[in-house]
Design a protein around this ligand. Structure first.
Ligand code: NDP
Ligand code: 2IT
Length: 445
């Protein structure tokens, strides 16, 4: 496989789609040996077929604000690959959303979903709509207008969206309400639903919990654990919230949270009522973390900075893509960090990943580490199909089991001769092989 030629061609076809090209290059570099050992993958066009989405759907989303003014946003759904199951992946509502970002997320999702052991293909969608500062009624009207187009493209056996940045339980509710109205169907077409109307226990916490289960598994390879560790977390959304709870439960100490305005450092640790305060902050609809330092005066706010400059044993980025660069990675290493686990999707730049791997620290990529979220979405789908609700203990047990098997797959395909585990390689190869073999079985379609 000639990666440079493939990337050159891809860039020519999709100029400027930097996040998508970044995600594709990382996977190609990891799977190069496997592809070279299996010439059938190339002759059957597996690589050319896997890097292009099956289809991209875009639509106009007009909506009316509370003052009567009309706004127009763009809606997207990218159905990337359904070789191993129906398209599955979240919706992101954020002003930065564009085709490149959703294509990178959709591409990552196919490998992540393959790793979960569950039958789910990959997809992603969203809109450049900014939920910040909007009223409930505006969010509802936007979601309803979005679903007026989306409903034709999705279905419980076709494509099952869920949440991501800017899309939580409230948005899934409004989206589902409109889907139900249009189709007259009450089905598992979305995940992240409310508990009263088809949701699963543990789904809200699952991405964060799974992230920490995976972190614990990585540390265990060195006979270590999260207990007593100082942990730097970024973000303060859904994923950060779940991760911070579980880190505390396992005896770690979280010292940072961050938002687009900067980060807060709290040397006393972020636990108990402070975690509840995270939720209040999120609900305030302003998306800034600075108020944390007014509420808990021992904490310091660092304007416009990322938390990667603090001394920590473990770093868990949970905000957004490319939020941790080479300099941040060097700072983490300098300050004695031994493990980086990605709660967010692609938060580390390729240069940062190189620094982690050169220094042989434990580094877990998002598609393995944060797969507990979509895995629990898969468990929600199973419960919907069976018309059953599992207790939280059962969902949590299955989540733990899935995270442990993802870790095993990474070790199986990522362990080097010197014993170092390249989790990037492990995750990409394990995820890829299942999809590639399925695509071979299914013919050229
Ligand atoms: P949320 O919307 O709940 O929280 C993310 C928040 O982080 C956003 O509100 C955003 O604020 C803020 N943020 C954006 N950029 C930065 C930054 N540079 N530094 C600090 N904070 C920032 O989203 P989630 O918690 O659901 O998602 C977080 C990450 O986890 C994303 O990468 C997502 O793709 C990933 N993920 C989510 C899963 C899920 O189940 N929800 C599953 C797997 C991965 P603002 O809007 O103001 O920019
Ligand atoms: O990035 C992700 O895996 C998610 N946002 C969750 C997707 C899902 O379908 O639950």
């Amino acid at each position: 496989m000639d990666i440079e030629k493939l990337m050159f061609e891809l860039e020519k076809k999709h100029p400027g789609e930097s996040e998508y090209l970044q995600a594709v290059r990382e996977v190609l570099e990891s799977i190069e040996d496997v592809v070279n050992e299996n010439p059938q993958f190339e002759t059957e066009g597996i690589i050319d077929r896997i890097i292009e989405p099956d289809r991209i759907l875009t639509f106009k989303v007009p909506w009316v604000d509370d003052s009567g003014k009309v706004h127009v946003n763009i809606g997207y759904r990218i159905q990337f690959n359904n070789a191993i199951g129906p398209y599955k992946g979240g919706l992101r509502f954020h002003p930065s959303v564009n085709l490149s970002i959703l294509k990178f997320l959709g591409f990552e999702q196919i490998f992540k979903n393959s790793l979960t052991t569950l039958p789910m293909g990959g997809g992603k969608g969203g809109s450049d709509f900014d939920p910040k500062g909007k009223s409930n009624a505006e969010i509802m009207r936007f979601c309803q207008s979005f679903m007026l187009e989306l409903w034709k493209l999705i279905g419980p056996e076709t494509d099952i969206p869920a949440g991501d940045i800017g899309v939580g339980g409230r948005e899934i509710g409004y989206l589902y309400g409109m889907y139900k109205k249009l189709t007259h169907k009450h089905t598992g077409v979305l995940t992240g639903k409310g508990l009263n109307w088809g949701g699963s226990l543990i789904r809200p916490e699952a991405t964060g919990f799974g992230t920490v289960y995976f972190t614990e598994a990585m540390l265990q390879t060195q006979n270590d654990s999260i207990k007593g560790k100082i942990v730097a977390v970024s973000g303060f959304g859904n994923v950060a919230w779940g991760a911070v709870q579980k880190i505390n439960e396992l005896g770690g100490k979280v010292v940072t949270l961050s938002g687009p305005d900067g980060y807060v450092y709290d040397s006393d640790g972020i636990s108990g009522e402070k975690i509840d305060y995270m939720l209040e902050l999120r609900a305030s609809n302003q998306d800034i973390v600075k108020p944390y330092s007014y509420e808990f005066p021992n904490a310091q706010f660092h304007q416009g900075k990322h938390p990667w400059e603090v001394k920590c044993d473990v770093a868990i980025p949970c905000a957004t893509q490319n939020e941790l660069n080479k300099e941040d990675a060097e700072n983490l290493i300098k300050n004695g960090c031994i493990c980086v686990a990605e709660g967010a999707n692609m938060p580390s730049t390729p240069e940062a990943i190189e620094v982690f791997q050169e220094n042989k620290i434990l580094y877990g990529p998002g598609k393995a580490v944060n797969a507990g979220g979509v895995a629990t979405s898969g468990l929600e789908m199973s419960q919907n199909t069976m018309k059953l609700n599992w207790p939280d203990s059962e969902v949590d047990e299955r989540l733990r089991h899935i995270m442990s098997s993802i870790h095993e797959s990474c070790v199986k395909y990522g362990r080097e001769e010197n014993g170092y585990i390249d989790y990037v390689k492990g995750a990409n190869i394990a995820g890829f092989l299942k999809i590639a073999h399925s695509m071979l079985d299914l013919g050229v379609v």
